[in-house]
Write a protein that binds this ligand. Structure first.
Ligand code: UDX
Length: 434
């Protein structure tokens, strides 16, 4: 099967590489010549564990190539995936479909025979029909079907999520398109990973509903965590006890500094907009967005309390600024709200993050970057654990408490146990919901 992948951002690149690993012939297209040169040189522009090796293997096998020439890539392809960006449009919160529609028109003009045009980007319900219209307008004689194939990849675990998905969702209008999509995913369902084929609108809706639901689950537990702190309950035990109910499930019940990332904030905002447009307000989702903003604000107050009411003049070491571990992605990371509040309050802030420094340097002005958590804690008044990177899970707490001017810790990911921290010589320890 010959596949063209339009867009080599996170989703496009991971999907393209994984499809080639299925044995398909994949050509990845991007408008950015610098990016294509980089990929051709075997370099991966994003940080995703395992992606470089998998890419090299498939490039060497001759199944995976890169180009800026969309027309050449699309000619002869049986499936063309659109995986270009859909940023939140400034002003109205809508997903910006400019790139998707431009790609659709270009693809239409480049088709040489029947192909399925598949949208992988997360797009509002109804977009796939608009993609079909855009293709038809640009190329009235084109022979094609459209399909929706939302992605559910988690950054940092994307390859595993692609290779062993809970499910693949495909929305189509014709059996012919359904057959092409089934062929593409055959290696998965032969290994018993379910491929659900449904209509276009349902597929589009599944993605939004799933992400909004997960964001709700996290936000719900964060709200319960705030209450736990007041009534003396322990959110870790509460989550565990709740999660043992099979109807609830244990996943995505970890309290923390609020969800971030490229998907949940964007998709909840887009779902809320879609609801408004159809006069069916997404009240739960809207509340989740509001409560999540409040969670970050609550973290700032927690840190202020640990600094005796003011950040002014304090030295604060922050461990982890990416929105979660195993990624260099800073999009909507809680650190982008919390760290500026510390800096703005007059604190000297030192930051350690294994990958976040690349994007973080521009996004977090006024902080000092360190490679070593121990050096960052030297003489500090507060240690804030913001992102649960593995290297922060087993710190030598005795060494840290001895090095700090005032040994206090805010563990915003509930990694440590109070008794261990206090035994190591800390004078104060605050977690979330415990
Ligand atoms: C998410 C979805 O999981 C994925 O299916 C979708 O396609 C894209 O969005 P991702 O944003 O990469 O993936 O990260 P995820 O692991 O889901 O975490 C999202 C955010 O929620 C992070 O900020 C994380 O720290 C937070 N989170 C997650 C919690 O605070 N508690 C949890 O229990 C789980």
């Amino acid at each position: 099967m010959r596949i063209a992948m339009i867009g080599t951002g996170y989703v496009g690149l991971v999907s393209g590489v994984c499809f080639s690993d299925f044995g398909h012939e994949v050509i990845c297209v991007d408008k950015d010549p610098a990016k294509i040169r980089m990929l051709e040189a075997g370099k991966v522009p994003i940080f995703e564990p395992g992606l470089d090796d998998l890419m090299a293997r498939n490039v060497n096998a001759g199944r995976l190539t890169f180009t800026t020439d969309l027309r050449a890539a699309v000619a002869g392809a049986e499936a063309v995936f659109i995986a270009v960006g859909t940023p939140t449009r400034r002003g109205d919160g809508h997903a910006d479909l400019t790139y998707v529609m431009a790609a659709a028109a270009e693809i239409g003009q480049a088709l040489t025979g029947y192909a399925v045009i598949v949208t992988k980007s997360t797009v509002p319900v109804g977009t796939n029909r608009k993609v079909a219209d855009a293709v038809r307008a640009a190329a009235p004689d084109a022979d094609f079907d459209v399909a929706s194939n939302p992605e559910f990849l988690r950054e940092g675990a994307a390859i595993d999520d692609f290779m062993r998905p809970d499910r693949v969702v495909v929305g189509v209008q014709t059996d012919k398109a359904g057959a092409v999509m089934s062929d593409i995913y055959r290696p998965l369902y032969l290994r018993d990973f379910p491929v659900m084929v449904t209509d276009l609108e349902s597929a589009e809706m599944i993605k939004y509903a799933a992400n909004a639901f997960l964001a709700t689950k996290i936000t719900f537990i964060n709200e319960i965590a705030a209450l736990c702190e007041k009534v003396g309950a322990d959110i870790k035990k509460v989550s565990k006890g709740m999660g043992m109910d099979g109807r609830i499930g244990a996943k995505f019940l970890h309290a923390g500094p609020g969800y971030g990332g490229s998907c949940f904030p964007k998709d909840t905002a887009a779902l809320a907009r879609i609801g408004q447009e159809h006069a069916v307000p997404m009240q739960i989702t809207e509340t989740v967005m509001r409560v999540n903003a409040g969670v970050k604000a609550r973290m700032i107050e927690k840190l202020r309390d640990l600094c005796d009411g003011t950040f002014n003049g304090k030295t604060i070491a922050v461990l982890g600024v990416t929105f979660k571990p195993n990624t260099d992605d800073m999009r909507e990371a809680p650190s982008l709200t919390i760290v500026p509040a510390l800096v703005g309050g007059g604190a000297r802030v030192r930051v350690v993050d294994p990958e976040g420094f690349r994007e973080g340097e521009a996004l977090l002005p006024g902080v000092q970057w360190h490679d070593d958590p121990y050096a960052a804690c030297e003489g500090a008044d507060l240690l804030v654990l913001m992102t649960e990177w593995n290297e922060f899970r087993a710190l030598n707490l005795d060494r840290i408490s001895a090095a700090m001017a005032v040994a206090r810790m805010a563990d915003l990911r509930n990694i440590y146990e109070r008794s261990d921290v206090m035994q190591a010589g800390f004078e104060a320890y605050e977690a979330v919901g415990r």
